[in-house]
Design a protein around this ligand. Structure first.
Ligand SMILES: Nc1ncnc2c1ncn2[C@@H]1O[C@H](COP(=O)(O)OP(=O)(O)O[C@H]2O[C@H](CO)[C@@H](O)[C@H](O)[C@H]2O)[C@@H](O)[C@H]1O
Length: 483
């Protein structure tokens, strides 16, 4: 049995702002069948501590964790082991994990996640009595300092480590002034250590120190070797060479399966796709759309440049002009939100927009819309296209990262071979988006072809089993454990 400490800043069902939470939350159960016992460590945000209240014990404490007292609480969630860093000065606040209620990043995020990573490093190395681990799995910049703290504390005690990059765009970069407050030796501020472009780079530090680096799809693992996707760290990705690999995310069928999804108006499966109509009616009602059997697109996304959401508003007149409708759920950049709201006003009954975050509504949209648009400029893996495949909501995606790896374009050859599952297009421009919408509308007008695309997607296997096997193999190779 390999014992892994998985360190993340969010995990379902406790706290979620994006795909990282889905992955960190699903991995423990998926890995249990692979001879791996995962303990997840999270910061003690109020929502996390509220869930823990009963049956929780303090198993370690710090008088001075980068300046503040803290405790380590041990509990369980869905049967999986959980450790929570209770450090009220840093985590007991309103708002989200990274932002104040007004949507602005907490100015002391460097302090919060340095303390979190330092605590996790010490726990990994045996600071909490009775807890021994074989390997640390750190997710994204918020946990990336764990391998660095371990190696600067004592290279002999440092455990093997995996750093998973869910998004290279978020690097946790801070000015050099924060360095003296990180509790690291002066020698750590070098190009081989935590220094990055004159400041401190949390993700960079982890990429330097981790035994292995993974990202969440094979194509993205290749893309981040280039300047276009590497966001300044492509040189380090290249230098780490064979230590960098891509392991595709899976989806959790206990949460995402149309046959037993309580958020749907009605459940269905590949043999009862007609029942999706009931869900479509529910989506129309929720978004104030006309009742109509024509093609209904959805978007469930952060409304940001990464996701191509700055370009989409410009093609909505075209989408509606050609018989399409759109139900959009998301939040993000204020200017992008305004463009979508303006489109909804222009096309009342044809475009409905919900600004916000609503987990249940996101399920209903996958179960009731016909196609989900994912025009990302880059996409490490992407989960909404996987949910779309599982729900018969056709993914219409940019050919990049995990989107390229998971959707089979309905080109003539793939259609003839009967293997297509969606629509892919190259490059994010008004022109490419219009063309992709036109192709999707043309496919929708061929009901037999459309149904085949839906059932192909629903039959595709994106469960966690294959990913869990790949992670377990990586853990074994790093710890020397036998299969
Ligand atoms: N307004 C809203 N209401 C309800 N639910 C909403 C929502 N907006 C988004 N979601 C949900 O949040 C998740 C987003 O996951 P993604 O994989 O699309 O992107 P994200 O960029 O957050 O994750 C990063 O990490 C993940 C995990 O590795 C990678 O797949 C991805 O490429 C990378 O950018 C999905 O579960 C989606 O349904």
């Amino acid at each position: 049995m390999i014992k892994v400490l998985s360190v993340a800043s969010e995990a379902v069902p406790l706290v979620k702002t994006g795909g990282l939470a889905d992955v960190a939350g699903a991995l423990p159960a998926a890995l249990a069948g692979e001879g791996v016992e995962v303990t997840t460590m999270l910061p003690g945000y109020p929502a996390v501590k509220a869930t823990l209240a009963k049956g929780t014990r303090a198993v370690a404490k710090w008088d001075d964790l980068l300046g503040h007292p803290a405790r380590l609480l041990a509990g369980k969630i869905d049967g999986n082991k959980l450790l929570v860093l209770d450090c009220p000065a840093l985590f007991d606040r309103p708002g989200g994990p990274y932002q104040a209620p007004d949507g602005v990043d907490w100015p002391d995020n460097w302090h919060r996640f340095a303390a979190f990573a330092l605590a996790a490093a010490e726990v990994a190395m045996g600071y909490a009595k009775g807890r021994r681990f074989d390997l640390v799995h750190a997710h994204d910049w918020q946990a990336a300092m764990v391998p660095a703290y371990m190696s600067y504390a004592d290279p002999a005690l440092a455990l093997p480590s995996v750093l998973t990059i869910h998004n290279m765009a978020f690097q946790g970069w801070y000015p050099a002034q924060v360095f003296p407050q990180l509790g690291l030796p002066a020698g750590a501020f070098t190009v081989d250590g935590v220094e990055s472009y004159g400041g401190v780079g949390f993700l960079k530090a982890g990429m330097q120190a981790a035994s292995a680096i993974t990202t969440v799809s094979p194509t993205y693992a290749a893309e981040i070797r280039s300047a276009e996707f590497g966001m300044g760290l492509e040189g380090l990705v290249q230098a780490r060479g064979g230590d960098v690999s891509g392991i595709l995310n899976g989806i959790d069928p206990a949460v995402w399966h149309p046959a037993h999804d309580a958020a749907l108006a009605t459940p269905y499966d590949a043999a009862s796709l007609d029942r999706r109509t009931t869900n479509k009616r529910a989506v129309e009602a929720a978004f104030g759309l006309d009742e109509d059997d024509g093609p209904l697109f959805t978007v469930i996304s952060r409304l940001t440049w990464q996701k191509g959401m700055d370009v989409l508003p410009a093609v909505l007149d075209h989408l509606v002009g050609n018989g399409g409708r759109l139900a959009l759920l998301g939040s993000g950049d204020a200017a992008i939100e305004q463009s979508f709201l303006a489109a909804a006003t222009r096309h009342s009954g044809r475009i409905g927009v919900r600004i916000g975050y609503d987990e249940a509504l996101s399920h209903l949209l996958q179960g009731g819309a016909d196609a989900i648009l994912v025009p990302s400029r880059f996409e490490p893996c992407g989960l909404t296209q996987l949910y779309g495949l599982a729900y018969g909501c056709l993914p219409v995606v940019a050919r990049t990262g995990g989107l390229a790896d998971t959707v089979i374009d309905a080109n003539p050859a793939a259609l003839a071979a009967g293997v297509a599952t969606g629509v892919q297009f190259d490059g994010i421009s008004e022109h490419s988006l219009r063309a992709a919408i036109d192709r999707t509308l043309a496919l929708y007008r061929q009901p037999d072809t459309w149904r085949r695309l839906q059932t192909n997607g629903m039959a595709a296997d994106f469960s966690w089993a294959a990913s869990a096997r790949a992670y377990a193999a990586l853990y074994r190779s790093l710890t020397g454990a036998k299969a």
